[in-house]
Design a protein around this ligand. Sequence first.
Ligand SMILES: [Zn+2]
Length: 402
Amino acid sequence: MTAPLHEDRPAGPGRALPDTQQGMRRRNLARVLHAVRAEGPLSRAAVASRIGLTRAAVSTLVDELIRSGLLEELGPERPGRVGRPGSALALSGRGPAGIGAEIGVDHLAVCAVDLRGTTRSRAIRQGANRGRSPGPVLAELTELIRRVVAEAEGEGLWPAGLAVAVPGLVARDARTVVRAPNLDWHEADLGDLLPADFPLTVDNEANFGALAELWLGDGTPRDFLHVSAEIGIGAAVVVDGGLLRGTRGFAGELGHVPVQPDGPECACGGRGCLEQYAGEEAVLRAAGLEPDEDRVGLLAGRAAEGDEDVRRALRDAGTALGVALTGAVNLLDPQSVVLGGELSGLAPWLLPSLRDELARRTAGPACPVSVSRLGPQGPLLGAAHSVVRAVLDDPATVAERA
Ligand SMILES: [Zn+2]
C-alpha cells in the first residue's frame, strides 16, 4: 500500500494532468519525487516498491529526474546488504529553487529555498512602505530578488519561479493587487513591475502563512483556521489540506468582520471591524502608546514588564479576536485555530481572553488554539515553498526548462 503522494495543492492555479501517456509519465515523475522527499534517501528498488512500479520503469523516470537536476545520487548504499548495492537517491541541493518575496508594511524580504526545503539565501530591507506607490517599492524588491537569485546561482541553483506575499486582496490572475489598504495600493499589476525571467505568483500573505503552517508546522491538521496580523488582520481557511479561496479569491478577511456594529469607522467603509480592536495600531492606541517601527516588540516588551495598560489592551484585543473567531468556528468547524505572523509574539497576553471567549460562545466543544512556531517568517517561507511544491507536484514543467 502506498501513501497518498499528491495531496497538498500548490498556491498557484491547480493543473489537472491529462489522462494520456504523457500525463501518466508526468504523474509518475511526481510520485518518484514525492517518495524520495517523504522517505529519502532511497534506492531505485526502494522507490519502485514504494510507488508500485517496476524497477525498470522507475530507473527510466529517475534517470530523467537526475538529468534535469531534480534528483541526485549520493553513492552506494551501506555495504553488508544482500545483493548488488543500489545508489541512494536524494532531492537535489543544486537544482531548481523557489524564490519567495514578501512586501510588508514596514519591510521587504526575499529568500531562496531549494528542493530539500532548505533556505539557501535571504535578504531583508527595513523601511516604511505605507503610502509609497508600487513602482519604487517593487524596484527595491527587484534589487533584493536579483541579489538572492545571484547568490543562489552561485551555489548551483536556478530559480523555478517567484511567489510574492502581499498584505492585501489579490485577483484570481495571481498578479493584480486589487486593494491593499495598509499600503494604499489599488489595482496594481505587480506582473508589470517585477522581473519577467521566471513564472510569477502573487498571493495574500495570510494564504502563504497558512500554507507554510500546513507544510512546515508541527503536526498541523488538514482543517484549520490560520490567523495572522501585522497592522491588518488576515486569516486563511484550510479545508482538507487546501486553501478555501472564495469566488473572487478574497476569502479570509477576518479583520473586517464586525465585532461592534456601531464601533469606529474602518478603512474598508464598515464600522467596528475586528481590525479596529485587535490590529497592532489599535492595540497601541488603546494602551496609550505612540506608533513605533517595532510595534510588536514594543507591546511585548511593555507587557512582559507588567505594564497594566498594555496588558489590558491585549486582553481586550484577545476578546475581540475571540468574538470574531467564534463566527468562523461555528460556521466552519475547523480542527484548530493557529495564531501566526506577528500575532504569535503577543500570544501569551492574547490567548487567555481569546480562548475564554471562544469556549464561552462556540456551540460544540471549544476549538483548540495554538501558536505557530514559524512566527513572522510564515508568509515568506510559504511563498518560497509554494514554488518548490509546484515543482515537486509536476516536475515535467521544469524538467523541460532545465
Ligand atoms: Zn473594516
